[in-house]
Write a protein that binds this ligand. Structure first.
Ligand SMILES: *[C@@H]1O[C@H](CO)[C@@H](O)[C@H](O)[C@H]1NC(C)=O
Ligand SMILES: *[C@@H]1O[C@H](CO)[C@@H](O)[C@H](O)[C@H]1NC(C)=O
Ligand SMILES: *[C@@H]1O[C@H](CO)[C@@H](O)[C@H](O)[C@H]1NC(C)=O
Ligand SMILES: *[C@@H]1O[C@H](CO)[C@@H](O)[C@H](O)[C@H]1NC(C)=O
Ligand SMILES: *[C@@H]1O[C@H](CO)[C@@H](O)[C@H](O)[C@H]1NC(C)=O
Ligand SMILES: *[C@@H]1O[C@H](CO)[C@@H](O)[C@H](O)[C@H]1NC(C)=O
Length: 432
């Protein structure tokens, strides 16, 4: 009795102590979750966060390789808690390679370079902070909403919203290497691991999810914890940032080491030089949420199409292609399976022959009409910056866990084979 009383008062005292010192962090979430919706006209993946005082929902396009959150501060930004980040703050100094380049207006305002990779436009504008709120999760259900009182983000003007989905006010960057990316700010605020998981749904009417923090990541209907069955591959750092940002900083994008590609078990002959970075950071393979389909350097694209057509054999008829695709087929002799149309398997072979990312019909094929299926890869032309850009269609209904501390990617391969999908997180709140 005495000891349980002691325990009770100890807990009460302890929680009051925590409450009085840092009211905002008295509840420590294990992980956080955002709902992701695929926009039906742009195919962008969008989400909402609650920001500002008073709170308003802000619609954002997800940018896996983006360096931070950036929003339009020019139009409609009303908040009593908005503050520009001062140049002399440690948070500003800590991020800079060259203070003089990033501190402007008489050394009073800290600057960053928000970039819109969809319209390929960037600017330099101030970094500010404001309140941001997000839902916590135990991995199975959403929990309490938690707030970050000073969440850093970059400001941009309305002009930079070009080509973003309707209603979008900025982009949510999940990139590595910048202290202000969403996963890194959440991890440092709530003290959880520098990990996040992306699970995109192909549906424009059901939500996918991004989880910040470690698993479990539990999906219905059988409550599978997908974090338990991942294959891992190293994430590679590209020392050259090729898009946006300041010069001479490493890339915030996520690259993996594809060593070869197999179609129906046969290695496709490729110029393997293109699969590594060159001295300037060109080449290699990255994952992107802003490309709806995988984009391949032309010689790789042609080799894949040739091998894919050959693996089909003679009973599948090739038909007039439908843009942006170059290889389309009559679906007449293609049967359906749990993981989409039964087509030749495409394996991205990683650090060794046993570590491969298998792409099945649901991820390789796009249905463009009742009787036409197209290979969902597009020709990226000669000399693109990156030889293979794995796009949205190929990562949907796959869970990808990015572990920044261990610099590795965990991937599930098609969740359809596990009788679930990325739209199966139980977003029904216990408190709702
Ligand atoms: C796209 O989504 C919007 C909003 O959810 C809806 O009003 C519209 O009808 C949809 N369009 C198509 C082509 O599905
Ligand atoms: C930063 O500069 C402001 C205005 O110049 C000054 O009031 C403040 O004390 C400085 N802070 C630090 C940490 O140097
Ligand atoms: C910059 O600082 C100098 C010296 O402190 C001052 O004379 C000048 O007016 C300032 N300029 C601006 C634009 O604030
Ligand atoms: C780029 O960064 C490296 C390492 O931080 C530095 O040694 C080099 O001088 C920088 N180059 C330029 C052109 O700024
Ligand atoms: C392979 O690609 C590299 C990089 O683009 C190029 O320099 C080289 O000529 C290519 N090799 C062949 C055999 O095409
Ligand atoms: C989803 O979670 C809610 C709240 O915990 C629960 O009542 C409901 O049964 C769950 N749905 C399914 C399909 O398990």
């Amino acid at each position: 009795m005495a000891s349980s009383n002691f325990y009770f008062y100890f807990l009460l005292f302890f929680s009051l102590l925590v409450f009085s010192s840092t009211a905002q962090t008295s509840f420590r979430p294990k992980a956080l979750v955002l709902r992701i919706t695929k926009d039906n006209s742009t195919l962008q993946y969008t989400t909402h966060v609650a920001q500002r005082t008073p709170h308003v929902p802000v619609k954002l396009t997800l940018d896996l390789g983006g360096e931070y959150l950036w929003v339009d501060c020019e139009q409609g930004y009303v908040s009593s808690t908005f503050k520009p980040l001062p140049c002399n703050s440690t948070k500003c100094r800590g991020r800079l390679y060259d203070g003089s380049r990033a501190c402007m207006a008489n050394d009073t305002i800290c600057m960053e370079s928000p970039y819109n990779p969809i319209a390929s436009i960037g600017t330099t504008d101030k970094i500010a902070y404001d309140v941001l709120s997000i839902q916590s999760t135990d991995g199975s259900n959403p929990g309490k909403v938690v707030s970050v009182p000073k969440f850093n983000f970059a400001c941009a003007s309305t002009l930079y919203l070009q080509e973003l989905a309707s209603g979008v006010k900025g982009m949510a960057g999940l990139g590595r290497s910048n202290l202000d990316s969403l996963p890194l700010q959440f991890a440092s605020t709530f003290g959880f691991q520098r990990k996040f998981a992306l699970c995109l749904s192909p549906s424009t009417s059901f939500n996918g999810a991004v989880f910040f923090g470690d698993g479990p990541y539990v999906l219905l209907p059988n409550n599978v914890d997908v974090s338990k069955s991942l294959t891992y591959t190293p994430l590679l750092l590209n020392h050259q940032n090729l898009v946006g940002g300041f010069l001479n900083e490493s890339s915030a994008e996520y690259f993996i080491g594809v060593k070869s590609i197999k179609i129906e078990g046969k290695t496709v002959p490729l110029n393997t030089t293109l699969l590594s970075f060159d001295r300037l950071g060109f080449g290699g393979t990255k994952i992107s949420t802003v490309e709806p389909y995988t984009v391949l350097e032309r010689s790789i694209y042609n080799a894949i199409v040739r091998a894919f057509v050959k693996a089909f054999g003679s009973n599948v008829r090739r038909v007039t292609p439908v843009a942006p695709f170059g290889a389309c087929f009559s679906s007449k002799n293609i049967r359906s399976t749990r993981a989409g149309p039964a087509v030749p398997t495409i394996d991205l072979v990683l650090q060794n022959e046993k570590a491969y990312w298998r792409i099945l019909g649901a991820n390789s094929m796009v249905r463009v009409s009742d009787d036409v299926l197209c290979l969902g890869f597009v020709d990226g032309g000669l000399n693109p910056l990156t030889s293979i850009v794995i796009g949205g269609q190929q990562i949907e209904d796959n869970l990808l866990q990015f572990d920044l501390a261990a610099s590795r990617l965990g991937f599930s391969s098609s969740l359809l084979l596990k009788q679930t999908s990325c739209s199966n997180f139980n977003f029904t709140s216990v408190n709702a």
